[in-house]
Design a protein around this ligand. Structure first.
Ligand code: SAM
Length: 280
């Protein structure tokens, strides 16, 4: 049984990085008129209340979105993402936070489409309710990894697949690589983004080795660490591995990561990274 609930973590520093990358990829895809498919294999509930018991209990958003929210001048790379956060909190007080499906819902156009999957018995109905009137979206209580086999390639031959497991199951480190391989076999020109936490660096090193072994090219790694690697409990960094990133993404993240690091980690610990795991 799944016990992870994203409501405890929504808006933390890892979400800020993930949702920045997600929104920049979507904005790049929108530069061409032709519609595209957005697939969110691990969707979560879609919308989070930062004043909820769960969010207040961990207070993670206070070191995440709350620090960005307070800044008067945002780098332009953050605008697509932050405009949506602002719209959800239009009385000027930060209370709500959009999950990845809701960000996509707001950013996508009329002819684009969304496929969302979520397995948790509490979060799935919340997600379904959030999208009940959205004719572009198919929401299912199915295994997200299966969607990579059944929903690809998209009819439009354009697509962005976000894979954001909680890694509650250690098998997720391998499952994301297998998932990408399955997707890529069917749809080699799609953009795939895998979120990862750094809890034990060796898990990430292994995952990257497995990705390299697939033979897939154009794999970009983006990471923001708040502390040095450690063998103690807890996440010290998180990142996104992007396959077939839009050409601008590398430079956009190189521009914005130092600002994000300075703002999210005022104590200056940790690091940032934008590096090709496998170039073109
Ligand atoms: N992507 C969301 C966001 O950014 O707002 C957060 C997702 S959360 C990190 C991971 C979610 O995946 C959890 O809600 C969990 O219940 C769900 N989940 C876990 N295994 C899954 C699977 N095999 N298929 C679909 N959903 C799964």
């Amino acid at each position: 049984m799944l016990s992870y609930r994203h409501s405890f973590h929504a808006g933390n520093y890892a979400d800020v990085l993930k949702h920045t990358v997600q929104s920049l990829i979507i904005e790049s895809l929108k530069e061409k008129e032709k519609p595209f498919l957005y697939v969110d294999t691990h969707s979560g509930a879609g919308r989070y209340q930062l004043t909820s018991e769960h969010a207040e209990k961990t207070g993670e958003y206070l070191q995440g979105i709350a620090r960005i929210w307070e800044q008067p001048d945002l780098p332009e790379e953050l605008l697509p993402y932050m405009n949506i956060v602002r719209r959800m909190n239009d009385n000027g007080r930060l209370r709500y936070y959009p999950g990845s499906p809701l960000l996509a819902k707001q950013l996508l156009r009329e002819d684009d489409s969304l496929v969302l999957s979520e397995l948790h018995s509490t979060d799935f109905p919340l997600l379904r309710a959030e999208f009940s009137r959205d004719h572009r979206t198919k929401v299912s209580k199915e295994d997200g990894y299966q969607q990579l086999k059944s929903k690809l390639p998209p009819a439009s031959r354009r697509g962005f697949i976000l894979m954001d497991p909680s890694y509650e199951l250690k098998s997720d480190y391998e499952a994301v690589v297998k998932g990408v391989e399955e997707g890529y076999k069917r749809f080699a020109t799609g953009t795939y983004a895998i979120w990862y936490p750094v809890v034990l660096r060796q898990h990430i090193k292994r995952m990257i080795k497995q990705l390299e072994a697939t033979g897939i090219r154009k794999i970009l790694q983006i990471e923001l660490a708040v502390r040095p690697d450690s063998d103690q409990r807890g996440m010290t960094a998180s990142g996104m591995i992007v396959i077939n990133p839009p050409w601008k993404l590398e430079q956009q993240m190189k521009n914005v990561l130092p600002w994000l690091h300075k703002t999210l980690v005022p104590e200056g610990t940790g690091h940032t990274l934008v590096e090709w795991i496998v170039p073109e």
